[in-house]
Write a protein that binds this ligand. Structure first.
Ligand code: GLV
Ligand code: GLV
Length: 320
């Protein structure tokens, strides 16, 4: 029997490639670059199953054209790149990769948070430049993180993993999301706040909601004006949750003290007024970028594909 046909929109880490080559017939050899919309559609049309990434926009036209396709396994926890309504209408299963990237993303969030508060990138640049003249009582003074108030927008898997790490820093953890979590699921003392109160009270605000029509520009000029002038904003979720133009204004005017960003509104394009700002740290969307997480994400995609091709429910079907 011929193995099922798989379209891979991107080259995945080698341990994953070895497994997919063993189990599937590849539509074509994947490249390490984003396919054009036409190439993406053509690939999907020839496949029984596909692994796609967050840079691949899968619209209704593509979904209806890919008549043979049974499952789209998104190699990400977020799935705002896929028209879910169109997928549901045509009975196409969509899956994501939750859990396996939670620790990697929470760790990166903390790396970015600490780097932003403590001016790590400015310090590295100073030493490399050869301009460093030695220790100084007034050099590169940053903000203290320990004992401060951390505001988490979206206390899902990743938000909770970020909150757990805050315990070691003796922080007060506030959170906001549409539904406050119940005491049964929240043994820790994480305090619910309205978005307004969370933004007013927090020293550091970090975003962990998915991108949906309801969270698009959740943080705009008005919300930024509620933050303390000494506060920092961290975003490792999705760029369009923050109005980037309003953020640039707030940073330029000193409405807030700084920002750590791993994601952008028009990724990979950057708002032209962001890069000159020293109080901003800019990362290239590397939240889940550990070898361990990226291999597990691939294995999760394969498990979901195998289930659907065998006629079983996919363990990570979205939405749930
Ligand atoms: C990364 O951004 C993901 O959604 O997995
Ligand atoms: C968010 O992406 C979550 O999994 O909580």
């Amino acid at each position: 029997m011929m193995p099922p046909t798989l379209y891979l929109s991107r080259l995945l880490p080698e341990p994953v490639m070895a497994i997919v080559r063993e189990r599937f017939q590849l539509v074509q050899e994947p490249l390490d670059t984003l396919p054009s919309p036409a190439a993406l559609r053509e690939g999907l049309c020839q496949a029984d199953a596909a692994i796609v990434t967050l840079g691949d926009r899968i619209d209704a036209t593509t979904i209806h054209a890919a008549t043979r396709l049974k499952i789209l396994a998104n190699y990400a926890v977020g799935y705002n790149n896929i028209d879910l309504a169109a997928a549901q209408a045509r009975g196409l299963t969509v899956t994501n990769t939750p859990d396996v990237l939670t620790d990697a993303t929470a760790d990166l969030t903390w790396a970015l948070l600490l780097a932003t508060a403590r001016r790590i990138v400015e310090g590295d640049a100073l030493v490399r430049s050869g301009q460093w003249t030695g220790w100084s009582p007034t050099q590169l003074l940053g903000a203290e993180v320990s004992g401060k108030v951390l505001g988490i927008i979206g206390l899902g898997r990743i938000g909770q993993a970020v909150a757990q790490r805050a315990l070691g820093f003796r922080m007060t953890v506030l959170y906001h999301q549409r539904q406050p979590i119940t005491a049964a699921t929240s043994p820790q003392k994480w305090e619910y706040r309205s978005l307004h109160a969370l933004l007013e009270e927090s020293d550091i605000v970090t975003i962990h909601v998915p991108l949906t029509p309801a969270t698009h520009h959740l943080i705009g000029a008005r919300e930024l004006s509620w933050m303390k002038p000494t506060a920092f904003l961290i975003n490792t979720a999705r760029g369009p949750i923050v109005d980037e133009g309003a953020l640039v204004e707030a940073l330029t005017k000193g409405t807030i003290a700084g920002a750590g960003l791993d994601v952008y509104e028009e990724e990979p394009a950057l708002h032209q007024r962001l890069s000159p700002l020293p109080q901003v740290i800019l990362l290239p969307h590397i939240g889940s970028a550990t070898l361990q997480a990226r291999v597990q994400m691939g294995l999760t995609c394969v498990t979901n594909i195998q289930a659907v091709l065998d006629g079983r429910p996919a363990p990570n079907q979205v939405p749930r």
